[in-house]
Design a protein around this ligand. Structure first.
Ligand SMILES: C=C(O[C@@H]1C=C(C(=O)O)C=C[C@H]1O)C(=O)O
Length: 363
């Protein structure tokens, strides 16, 4: 290295060291403020309510709006989520249940939302994820609810109907699928393991590239990766987290049929969230079984000008050919217009369950 280069670099590096020292002080100052917030909450009998999804969403949105660059908003959001995660864990390390084993997209969603200071509690099934929070073994659950290619995740929808848990947040994750294997040649692959949803998301790619390989669905992508790491002639379809966890090379990348393949996850807890300024409310309703009944259930939303962002039907299990409707609307249940819509709906629906109000995902 030339002397000039050394000198020029030394100047900027000294500047970076100075900024890092300032950042270190500021981060710890921030952590002490968060601790103070924790103490105040405890004094007011709110010790169990340390995590506030609406406040975190507001912090992230404010920082995105104020971000002058050159760092992209995505990077700022990632960094500050980790800062909040670390600050929060000084008060109360959050236990987060999700569909395991480690290496699933649910794990990626859980860390994306709660940061790396959260305690990860992988479960064997979506049912167990719900149970962990219901029985207070975990503070929060992260469950997949819909995929842009494959639609609703039926088990999550069905469990929401009977559960006492509330939705307090949502996470949106871009899903990139990879073919993972220790084999180096596609012609050696005779079996492909993955979760049924992931096999379906790569259906056309498999038809084209591996038409003769047997497709075997297993409980999770991570379980599939584990099998691929142990058996010859086997590949798994899974995400990056599983590739890293099982040290599996990528034989093919981004093999999902739909380039915008995205999954939405819900955060479930004992309470929903307060208003953040940009919120959603999810509910389940059912109509009496007669002509025009669904139309009548939608009237309260048009009367009040509340927008529906999602309407999904599922069989009501107790009766043949009867349905329950899952609805997402814009706004918080405390907003006057949403409140008016819900009051009117309560008078019309045969069954109504408010699953919770929560901040719209911050990306
Ligand atoms: C500090 C608070 O508690 C938690 C930590 C936050 C943070 O570090 O910014 C934000 C919201 C809460 O999850 C708070 O409520 O303000």
């Amino acid at each position: 290295m030339s002397d000039d280069l050394q000198k020029a670099l030394a100047g900027v590096r000294a500047e970076i060291d100075g900024i890092d020292a300032e950042l270190l002080n500021l981060l710890n100052q921030r952590a002490r403020c968060a601790q103070k917030v924790g103490e105040i909450k405890a004094e007011h009998g709110e010790a169990g309510h340390i995590y506030r999804p609406e406040r975190e969403a507001q912090v992230l949105r404010r920082l995105q709006d104020a971000n002058p660059g050159p760092l992209p908003n995505e990077g700022i959001t990632f960094f500050f989520r980790e800062v909040m995660s670390a600050c929060l864990s000084l008060e109360q390390p959050l236990g987060v249940a999700f569909l395991g084993p480690l290496g699933t997209f649910s794990e990626s969603a859980a860390t994306k939302h709660f940061g790396h200071a959260a305690r990860l509690l992988p479960q064997a099934s979506i049912d167990d994820v719900f149970r962990e929070v219901e029985s207070a073994h975990a503070h929060y659950a992260v469950v997949p609810v819909e995929n842009s290619t494959e639609g609703a995740v039926g088990r999550t929808m069905d469990l929401l109907l009977g559960s006492s848990l509330k939705i307090c947040g949502e996470v949106v994750l871009r899903i990139h699928q990879n073919l993972l294997s220790n084999e180096t040649d596609l012609s050696k692959i005779t079996k492909v393991y993955s979760h049924a949803q992931s096999l379906a998301q790569c259906h056309e790619w498999l038809n084209r590239v591996l038409p003769n390989a047997q497709r075997i669905s297993v409980g999770s992508n991570a379980q599939a990766a584990q099998k691929a790491s142990e058996e010859a002639g086997v590949a798994a379809i899974a995400g990056e987290a599983a590739a890293t966890r099982y040290s599996l090379p990528r034989l093919a990348e981004n093999i999902e049929d739909e380039p915008n393949n995205t999954t939405r996850f819900l955060i479930l807890g004992k309470h929903d969230a307060g208003p953040s300024g940009r919120d959603k409310t999810s509910l389940i309703m059912s109509a009496p079984n007669r002509t025009g009944a669904l139309y009548e259930l939608l009237l309260p939303f048009s009367h009040t000008g509340v927008s529906l962002s999602r309407l999904e039907s599922r069989p009501a299990r107790h009766a043949l050919w009867e349905y329950v409707f899952y609805v997402d609307i814009d706004g918080h249940r405390d907003d006057p217009t949403v409140k008016a819509a819900l009051d009117e709906l309560a008078g019309r629906a045969a069954y109504l369950k408010i699953l919770g109000s929560y901040p719209v995902a911050v990306y």
